[in-house]
Design a binder for this molecule. Structure first.
Ligand code: ADP
Ligand code: MG
Length: 882
């Protein structure tokens, strides 16, 4: 798109177009033409609608370069030999024309060796119109009714376009009409049979989405690039009065093509950095026919030049440029908006390139060889440019693209650097002779597909409301209808009525009065004037009627507009209501969404809590289980310990019982032996006494020394006494008042202040036992205090019987123990000295020893002796040996 420069914008920096990051690859299509003759060798096969396969012809089978014998090439689409011109157009050129109408640029070129069908594809022939006539037709089918009047748009010679005011445009039109003899309506013209039937009407197609509120104009240019020179094929050859060319009838060939060696043109860059051919003719055309006629004119000129200059047309590039200028209609929808900034110019370049064959093939000689070299040079440059572009795009490099090296590439620079669609139709002739050149064409085509071109952006739209053109037209139609309805000779336009009325004025009669008595002239004049007056009245009436009618039309229009406005107002109100409703609904939706979010959040939290609780439950359950297991273990451990303890107790008991029995037996034996020895000694002593001192009858007590039993303390208690150590024992006779007690209370005892206190009548109270007291009594009691297992002091009354020993001493045999104990209810559970008491509270070994120690004092035979006890005693109730 070539946007118009704004006023006097400085040349640099350039006004940037809206930047666009989207790119499209160059669309490359392949068209295979049919073979010239059926018996020709073929080297191309269409494999699919995107791929062709080349196979080396028989003569080339022994491939010199080691290349593949068969190679495949893929394209956007491959068109086989049966493809019609229309099919090709639909796929290749139609989108470009659509773009053109929507203000986007396009470039379409045909590429291939000479005779491959480039010109057939681009131009075609009668009945088989190519892409060019079809494109023109589509353009005019699309914009036909929206075209601006000629000269409204005017090229500014700087590749731009301006809008002329109506007067200037009209003047230009009149000038043109007076200069040309060309009839106005093309339908009446004879169409050159050379290009008749390029497109049949039933194949006509049309672009969609044409902006009806714009006005359009088409301009065409046609140039030829030959030997790197640019020639304008549409340049009007000025009539040269000095060297006129005459036809046979002696008239200059004014409207035919006269040959004057063409002047080459130069390329320029416009304010937007677009390249253009400076001073190139741009012909405004209003129909397909007109446009194609212009093209054909150029074509003819080209042919003549080639013939005259002995050039070969296949070595030139022909470029047909279609420029479409469009500008929005003004607010009334009546005229084109007079604002250069609002003019948009887009262009479509249709290029028929020179044959791509190498110089060697052209059989060129002399100057032709030089030309051929140049032709190939420009195609070589095209190839190089494409290569560099591809490399830059693929590798991110920034190599300079040598566009300037040839005119063709320089002219198309903007298409590759800027934006627009670029499409190429690669034409191939499948004949084997072309194989090597076709191979090169294929390689170039494949490479071209990898180049990307920026996609054009949509143009901004003008600020006016849409539908302006339609409204304006509707108004005009309505006015005409009303005037017709009114009757009268309405000839389409209002002033015609007046004209006709004027014509109906009767001519004035001769009003020269011949004499004073002339009474003919004046009445005739009066009559004529009266007639005129009547006509005038009629005219006034007519005028008033028309005015009224117009007024009513306007009023009606006004009321129409008013009602429409009311309607719009109403609709707006409704729209507002609907909007409100929508807003409400939206609010409600918002609220519900919020609520649902809230609920979701809550659910989430609850879910999390549940999870935590479940986790807790699981862990607690696990702990419970492990504790139960431990309990079980401990219980079983306890049971095992109990049974072990019981076993141990039983064992110990049995052991001790046996030990005791053994010791008692041993002691008994020993004592019996001693007793026996003593008895023997006593007997001997008795015998001595009886023999020696018969008179001396005084009883004599055995000496203490002799009775003395060496003190013996057993290391361990003797649990069960088997009876009195000495026999026979003499029990003291009980006195009439009952038993007499020795009440032994050691001074170390403390007064416990108990309620129950042993009170023994007739007792001899002693602190330490003595023989004297024992001799007087037959019972003995020891008040013994000790600390019980619960920590309380308990009092034990250890009771025994007093026996007279054979030696005349006293012996105590313990019979039972009474225990008095005070307990503190609060401290009932005070620590126990488990090591010293057994579970029954019986004193164990240590206590026994203590009691025994004290009792031993009590049973000491001799007063004042501190030695151990002479007799066994124990804390258990007396037991008889079984
Ligand atoms: P180029 O322009 O590439 O040199 P042309 O378009 O002049 O080739 O074609 C050479 C000849 O081949 C012409 O006579 C043309 O009618 C014919 N031709 C080319 N392509 C086709 C086709 N697709 N179908 C029928 N004839 C074709
Ligand atoms: Mg050609």
């Amino acid at each position: 798109m070539i946007r118009q420069a704004k006023g006097k914008t400085p040349r640099r920096p350039p006004p940037k177009k809206p930047s666009n990051n989207q790119k499209d690859p160059v669309g490359v299509y392949c068209r295979v033409r049919p073979l010239g003759a059926d018996d020709e060798e073929c080297c191309i096969e269409v494999i699919s609608n995107t791929t062709i396969q080349l196979h080396a012809p028989d003569g080339l089978k022994a491939n010199r370069n080691g290349e593949y014998k068969e190679t495949q090439y893929s394209f956007k689409k491959v068109f086989g030999i049966k493809t019609s011109q229309r099919e090709l157009f639909e796929d290749v050129a139609k989108p470009l024309v659509e773009d053109l109408i929507h203000c986007k640029n396009g470039l379409l070129f045909t590429y291939g060796v000479t005779g491959s069908g480039k010109t057939h594809t681009m131009t075609g022939s009668p009945g088989q119109g190519g892409l060019l006539p079809r494109s023109l037709d589509m353009i005019f089918n699309s914009i036909g009714p929206y075209q601006a009047k000629r000269y409204v748009f005017k090229p500014d010679d700087k590749n731009g376009m301006e809008v002329q005011n109506q007067v200037d445009a009209l003047l230009d039109r009149q000038k043109r009409d007076s200069q040309t003899t060309v009839p106005k309506t093309p339908t009446t013209r004879r169409i050159d049979p050379e290009f008749a039937d390029m497109i049949s009407p039933e194949e006509a197609c049309k672009a969609d989405g044409v902006d009806e509120d714009s006005s359009y104009s088409v301009f065409v240019s046609y140039i030829e690039i030959y030997n790197n020179y640019i020639y304008d094929l549409l340049e009007e050859t000025p009539f040269d009065p000095i060297k006129p060319k005459w036809n046979g009838a002696g008239t200059p060939l004014r409207n035919n093509i006269e040959f004057i060696p063409p002047q080459s043109k130069i390329l320029r860059e416009d304010q937007n950095h677009n390249m253009y051919v400076a001073g190139c003719t741009e012909v405004e055309v209003k129909s397909t026919e007109e446009a194609f006629e212009v093209f054909w004119r150029g074509q003819k000129k080209r042919r003549i030049a080639n013939t005259q200059l002995n050039r070969e047309s296949s070595r030139s590039h022909s470029v047909f440029i279609v420029k479409l200028a469009q500008a929005p209609l003004d607010a009334d929808g009546d005229n084109v908006l007079q604002d250069k900034n609002q003019v948009n110019v887009s262009q479509l370049c249709l290029v028929d390139l020179a044959g791509s064959e190498r110089t060697s093939r052209t059989r060129a000689e002399g100057s032709r060889l030089r030309e051929a070299g140049n032709i190939n040079q420009s195609l070589m440059t095209l190839r190089t440019c494409i290569e560099v572009l591809r490399e830059n795009q693929m590798c991110g490099t920034n190599k300079m693209v040598p566009y300037r090296d040839s005119k063709v590439t320089h002219l198309f620079k903007n298409y590759f650097d800027g934006e627009g669609k670029v499409r190429m139709v690669v034409c191939v002739n499948p004949k084997a002779d072309d194989y090597e050149e076709t191979l090169l064409v294929m390689r170039f085509a494949e490479m071209t597909q990898e180049v990307e071109v920026a996609r054009p952006v949509d143009r901004p739209i003008c600020g006016f409301a849409a539908g302006r053109r339609q409204r304006n037209q509707a108004f005009k139609e309505e006015l005409t209808r009303r005037l017709e309805e009114r009757g009268g000779p309405v000839d389409g336009e209002f002033p015609t009525v007046l004209n006709q009325l004027l014509q109906s004025f009767p001519p004035l009669p001769p009003c020269e009065i011949s004499g004073p008595n002339d009474d003919v002239t004046l009445p005739r004049l009066i009559e004529a004037l009266e007639k005129r007056h009547k006509i005038r009245q009629m005219m006034i009436e007519e005028y008033n009627k028309t005015a009224n009618m117009l007024k009513s039309v306007l009023q009606e229009q006004d009321s129409n507009i008013l009602s429409k406005e009311n309607f719009i107002q109403e609709q707006r109100g409704r729209l507002g209501e609907k909007d409100k409703m929508i807003q409400n609904q939206k609010n409600e939706i918002d609220r519900l969404e919020k609520k649902s979010k809230m609920l979701e959040y809550k659910i989430d939290i609850l879910q999390k809590t549940t999870n935590i609780y479940e986790e807790d439950k699981r862990s607690l359950q696990q702990e419970l289980e492990s504790r139960e297991q431990r309990l079980q273990r401990e219980l079983s451990e306890k049971r095992r310990m109990e049974s072990r303890m019981q076993g141990m107790v039983t064992d110990a008991k049995l052991k001790w019982e046996k030990e005791c029995e053994r010791r008692v037996n041993a002691k008994q034996l020993e004592m019996q032996n001693k007793l026996w020895v003593k008895d023997e000694k006593l007997k001997q002593l008795k015998a001595i006494v009886t023999e020696g001192k018969t008179e001396n009858r005084q009883p004599q007590r055995p000496s203490r020394e002799k009775d003395k039993v060496p003190p013996k303390r057993s290391a361990s208690p003797s649990p069960v006494p088997t009876g009195p150590p000495v026999r026979p024992l003499h029990r003291r006779s009980h006195s009439a008042g009952g038993e007499r007690w020795v009440d032994h209370k050691p001074t170390s005892n403390v007064d416990l202040d108990t309620v129950l206190k042993p009170n023994i009548p007739n007792a001899i109270k002693v602190n330490a036992p003595n023989e004297k007291a024992l001799s007087k009594c037959d019972r003995y009691v020891l008040t013994h205090q000790e600390v019980a297992s619960d920590g309380e002091i308990q009092t034990k009354l250890i009771k025994g019987e007093v026996f007279k020993t054979r030696g005349g001493g006293q012996s105590v045999q313990f019979t039972d123990i009474e225990t008095l104990k005070q307990e503190n209810p609060v401290a009932a559970s005070r620590k126990r000295r488990s090591s010293e008491t057994d579970p029954d509270g019986e004193p164990m070994e240590g206590d026994w020893t203590d009691v025994e120690t004290r009792c031993s004092v009590a049973v000491e035979m001799r007063a004042g002796s501190n030695l151990g006890p002479g007799y066994q005693h124990h804390g258990y109730p007396k037991r008889r040996k079984p």
